[in-house]
Design a binder for this molecule. Structure first.
Ligand SMILES: CC(C)(COP(=O)(O)OP(=O)(O)OC[C@H]1O[C@@H](n2cnc3c(N)ncnc32)[C@H](O)[C@@H]1OP(=O)(O)O)[C@@H](O)C(=O)NCCC(=O)NCCS
Length: 170
């Protein structure tokens, strides 16, 4: 299969924070942001694989900054590494300053999606060719994140997680 770049799957979703989407502090409700990130990641996974894709795992979410009511929020998702049938999707969440338009990073997350056929059976995806330094950094770290996710899900023995173990023994 022809390799694809992160730009081939890059997905930008911009939306406002409305009153019905906030918590009692008038900031964006965490579950609402998770849903927005899942949607953008799903589109990115589909753009990379051109298949039906399902969320296999939410590997990491950092709610570093609260997002106030009325904010303009952009969720940016792109495939950071493709394995055999699974894809790691890196999601950056940006807030836009109301007056200057300047974007600041609010949150980030990492999801795993799997491409499946019409009957739900995992199916192969194209490889990913990272281009920028950041894309190469995310690509390099993705294998140990996959191993950690599989170990936590009880789908891999810790002793088989060689890339992950190397982090602690090197
Ligand atoms: C995701 C799903 C297709 C995986 O099926 P499976 O029978 O475990 O298939 P496999 O063991 O062959 O795994 C398929 C790929 O997913 C990866 N994978 C499975 N679980 C994973 C996890 N928790 N974390 C990271 N990767 C995972 C496997 O490593 C494999 O990757 P690879 O082929 O790129 O090496 C299946 O569990 C499923 O359909 N889950 C429900 C998905 C869904 O409905 N999501 C929405 C939730 S509301």
């Amino acid at each position: 299969m022809r390799p694809k770049t992160p730009n081939d799957s890059r997905t930008l979703m911009t939306d406002m924070v409305l009153p019905s989407e906030t918590n009692p502090l008038n900031n964006l409700f965490g579950g609402e942001l998770l849903a927005r990130m899942d949607r953008a990641a799903s589109i990115a996974a589909r753009r990379h694989s051109r298949r039906i894709t399902v969320t296999a795992s939410v590997n990491h979410v950092a709610f570093n900054r609260s997002v106030p009511l009325g904010s303009v929020v952009t969720v940016e998702a792109a495939v950071s590494r493709a394995f055999k049938t699974s894809m790691e999707i890196f999601i950056d969440v940006w807030m836009e300053d109301r007056f200057t338009g300047e974007r600041t990073k609010a949150n980030e997350a990492i999801y795993t999606f799997v491409a499946v056929d019409d009957t739900g059976i995992p199916t192969e995806v194209p490889p990913l060719q990272p281009e920028t330094d950041l894309e190469k950094e995310r690509f390099a770290a993705a294998l140990r994140r996959k191993q950690l996710s599989l170990v936590l899900a009880g789908k891999m023995k810790p002793s088989d997680a060689t890339e992950l173990r190397a982090l602690f023994t090197s």
